[in-house]
Design a protein around this ligand. Structure first.
Ligand SMILES: [Zn+2]
Length: 353
């Protein structure tokens, strides 16, 4: 482990952008597939977890989620994820569930959520607080989004804290989802949107202005437009930045190609070119997350290390960790308790005073 990874590992930290379906390590997939009479090897899974582009990533996602068939399958992978998070000293996690995909596969999303909730309660007894985000697949369109919105509202008192949207941000204009976001917001849910991952900076603006996004998933394209960065800074809208994800899905390359940006070498952009440091230095609230840790072969400490490679100092990373806890969708007393624990560790390491 590098020095940065070692320091970060000790932080009792928050993970805010994490898809359950993207958290299945190869060994877990092998076990899950076996439950359904399918034989795959860890090497095959690893090969599936390598993609030429964003579309390739989506295809792998469809393949791996095809083994999630019953509520107990979801509970099984959630237990594995919670073990992993506890091992990384994550004290608070918001976990995104692709409810849009569950409905597309005609699964009983409420029964699945019941099993997940039980897994979450068990994790809480071990000191890891988890809450849930119900997520829509953008390319499935606004009607399907409303189906997910209604389900999210039905489970609001059971640990669902936010309504989110992922998938292909270029497929359907943000404005088409206003009704679903208004509906969930009026019922007390927070709003999250993946935007500015492969789309233009204006997608980030639309996520905030049209859909009321309180945090933006990725949002890295914002660095191309000072006005969008200023808007995020002024309104204190955090970005959930996932550097390795951007590298592995080709989002970073796409961003570079779209503007013919200068590169440090002739090869594809590397983590050194990731705009996380520019966003941070422009005053945009930045948090760090793994997105789909198994599919991108990363961990939360690994993402902090990636941000260090992109130019952030360990003190800046500490302030990003604090931002992560501050941006949690928790009531103030609980959030402040978790934040105090984090600060205590940062103080012990001489990183805050
Ligand atoms: Zn995501």
């Amino acid at each position: 482990m590098t020095r940065i990874a070692e320091i970060v590992r000790a932080w009792p930290k928050a993970e805010l952008h994490l898809h359950l379906e993207g958290s299945m390590r190869p060994a877990t997939v092998v076990e899950l597939a076996r439950r359904h009479g399918v034989s795959v090897t860890p090497e095959e899974v690893a090969a599936r977890y390598s993609y030429p582009d964003f579309d390739g990533f989506i295809q792998s996602y469809i393949w791996v989620t095809s083994f999630l068939r019953r509520p107990e399958d979801y509970a099984f992978i959630a237990h594995r994820l919670f073990e992993e998070l506890a091992g990384q000293n994550v004290t608070y996690a918001e976990i995104t569930l692709s409810v849009g995909v569950m409905l597309w596969r005609e699964q009983d999303a409420s029964a699945i959520f019941g099993a997940l909730r039980a897994a979450g309660e068990e994790a809480a007894r071990g000191g890891l607080r988890a809450q849930w985000v119900f997520d829509v697949v953008r390319q499935f369109g606004p009607e399907k989004a409303m189906d997910v919105a209604r389900l999210a509202v039905r489970h609001t008192d059971e640990g669902v804290v936010a309504f989110g949207m992922g998938g292909d941000e270029l497929a359907v204009p943000a404005g088409h989802f206003q009704e679903a976001y208004d509906y969930t917001r009026n019922h007390g849910l927070h709003s999250l949107v993946h935007a500015g991952e492969i789309g233009e900076p204006d997608e980030v603006r639309r996520a905030v202005e049209l859909l009321g996004a309180e945090r933006v998933g990725h949002g890295i394209a914002a660095f191309l437009d000072p006005a969008v960065m200023a808007m995020l800074a002024e309104r204190r809208i955090p970005l959930e930045v996932c550097p390795t994800s951007n590298l592995r899905t080709g989002a970073l390359t796409r961003l570079w190609r779209s503007r013919s940006l200068p590169r440090s070498s002739a090869s594809l952009p590397s983590l050194r070119e990731h705009p996380v440091a520019q966003l941070f230095h422009a005053g945009v609230p930045v948090t760090l997350s793994t997105d789909d840790p198994a599919m991108f072969e990363t961990t939360l400490a690994g993402e902090y290390e990636a941000a260090a490679q992109a130019g952030l100092t360990v003190h800046e990373l500490a302030s990003i960790a604090e931002e992560g806890m501050e941006a949690a969708f928790l009531a103030a007393p609980e959030r402040d308790r978790l934040l105090a624990r984090l600060r205590e560790m940062l103080r012990a390491q001489g990183l805050v005073y």
